[in-house]
Design a binder for this molecule. Structure first.
Ligand code: NAD
Ligand code: MN
Length: 476
């Protein structure tokens, strides 16, 4: 397998304008395994201009049928490369290989969904009061900048690129500096599958170096960002100058609410993976667990025994559930949270230590007695750490749930239908699951309330977000 190591611009590999490179470290071995060129501001300009030419030169006006055909070809090609995409993802971020393959499949599924959506994406006819004929068009915007994080590099890239292209835009994709390989592969495979040159460009490199240039480029009409709330805020500020469209998928501190009337044993057995999957590096991680007091102790016992059964280790093994964290600094930042929890007197029920001498591993950690003002309760940890707390009163618990500035995801466990509906309405989050822990469906809108984001990925909502609505009135 040859690893991509350059920029993908205008349908071909290009050297960076600088001699800067990023060394990629395998998080499981701590060894450098690749070096990828890092884009510079002049590369940003070249990529955006080439994307704009591709948009004006044909992609914008291509018939829906043809666009569908090309996007289906992309999906098929991605499916043929699931093993390779999975390997690359595993190498660059330490994701367990079974998850990495599943996520490659999810990326392909996005292209299938949006390939089909092209011909089912309607405007409206509007019965305006003065008569005549009024209709709306959904038109593409032009160049979209898609900026994505390192925790789900391939699927998040796919779920931005596919709807943006389906809606008729061209895309400049900027992967996180830790995870350029699957994004570059996406550019290469999509082009091989028939996507015209320039329609999708991929710029590896650091956000600090090229982020501002990309976001403020006058030909970029929309910035679709997934990452931290801090960088999201900065992007929104920069975009405000030219009133650029932005969509932001940001951090979370999601609740997992377990009522005594639920199948709480199943909740306890499945909840560890709702926070520890991807070694806790998941924006939807259910990192605050609220358990009704009458079942609290039994729940914690089961939760901990399920946690201890999780297989932590070599991401190349198919039965591994938790790989290493992505980097030494990400693990360090989680260990700072743990040090704070120790200082504040939280109870460590399990985990909190490094299980292997090599690799950025960290044992999944269960905390009790975390104070409501403590960092571990309030901030997104982005690592394998959960805080479990008892509650007595539904209304009071909901106030605590909603006191977070975040509002991305969450789970509700109850067998009482009215309560399920009432609590679903009350929790201020964009994506909830009842009696399970799934946040994500390609077909359904995904995104956050409050400081967890703005706009929606996935489903037809994403497609709408990559278009402008035009109203046309024809006199009779
Ligand atoms: P990050 O904000 O550090 O980086 C995200 C991307 O932004 C990267 O590609 C980075 O290079 C780029 N970037 C950095 N500085 C930039 C700048 N000044 N201008 C433009 N781009 C810049 O996030 P991360 O560390 O890669 O990912 C972790 C964060 O992402 C967590 O907070 C997590 O909750 C969030 N996340 C959210 C979702 C969601 O859908 N809501 C999904 C996954 C991750
Ligand atoms: Mn970061």
């Amino acid at each position: 397998m040859t690893l991509p190591d350059k920029l993908f611009i205008d349908g071909t590999w290009r050297k960076s304008a600088t001699s800067r490179t990023t060394k990629l470290v395998n998080p499981a071995t701590e060894e450098v395994f690749a070096e990828v060129e890092a884009a510079d501001i002049s590369d940003v300009n070249m990529a955006v201009e080439s994307a704009h030419r591709a948009w004006e030169g044909g992609w914008r006006d291509m018939t829906p049928g043809k666009r569908t055909e090309i996007l289906f070809n992309v999906a098929r090609t991605l499916r043929e490369h699931i093993d390779e995409l999975g390997q690359l993802e595993m190498l660059q971020i330490g994701k367990p290989i079974s998850d990495a393959r599943d996520e490659a499949g999810l990326g392909a599924r996005c292209f299938e969904y949006y390939a089909g959506a092209v011909t089912k994406f309607y405007g409206q006819t509007v019965p305006v009061s003065r008569g005549g004929f009024d209709f709306t068009l959904r038109q593409s915007m032009g160049v979209v900048a898609a900026i994505v994080p390192w925790n789900f590099p391939f699927p998040i890239a796919a779920w931005k690129v596919a709807p943006a292209l389906a809606a008729g835009n061209c895309v400049v994709l900027k992967p996180a500096s830790l995870s350029p390989l699957t994004a570059l592969k996406l550019g290469e495979l999509a082009h091989a599958a028939g996507l015209p040159s320039g329609v999708l460009q991929v710029l590896p490199g650091s956000g600090g170096a090229i982020g501002d240039a990309l976001v403020t480029h006058p030909l970029v009409r929309k910035v679709s960002f997934t990452g931290s709330t801090e960088i999201g805020r900065r992007i929104m500020e920069l975009a405000s100058r030219d009133i650029k469209r932005v969509s932001l998928e940001l951090g979370g501190k999601s609740p997992n609410i377990v009522f005594a009337d639920a199948d709480w044993e199943r909740a306890a057995e499945t909840s560890p993976m709702s926070v520890f999957a991807n070694t806790g590096q998941d924006c939807c991680a259910r990192s605050r667990v609220f358990v009704e007091r009458s079942i609290f102790e039994r729940f914690v016992e089961k939760f901990v025994s399920a946690t201890k059964k999780l297989v932590v280790g070599d991401p190349a093994k198919t039965d591994t559930q938790l790989g290493p964290m992505v980097s030494a600094s990400q693990r360090g930042s989680v260990e700072d949270f743990l040090a704070d929890a120790r200082k504040r007197g939280s109870k460590f029920i399990c985990g909190g230590v490094r299980p292997h001498p090599k690799g950025y591993y960290l044992e999944p950690t269960v905390l009790l007695d975390v104070g409501k003002e403590d960092r571990c309760w309030k901030e997104e940890i982005f690592g394998p750490v959960v805080a479990i707390t008892p509650f007595d009163d539904e209304a009071q618990m909901l106030r605590e749930v909603n006191s977070s500035p975040y509002g991305l995801s969450g789970s509700i466990w109850t067998n009482n239908l009215s309560r399920a509906i009432r609590v679903s309405r009350a929790v201020q989050s964009g994506v909830l699951s009842v009696n399970c822990h799934s946040s994500l469906h390609v077909e359904a809108p995904f995104g956050g309330f409050k400081q967890s984001g703005l706009g929606r990925d996935l489903g037809m909502a994403a497609m709408e977000g990559y278009t402008e609505v035009k109203n046309v009135y024809v006199a009779e």
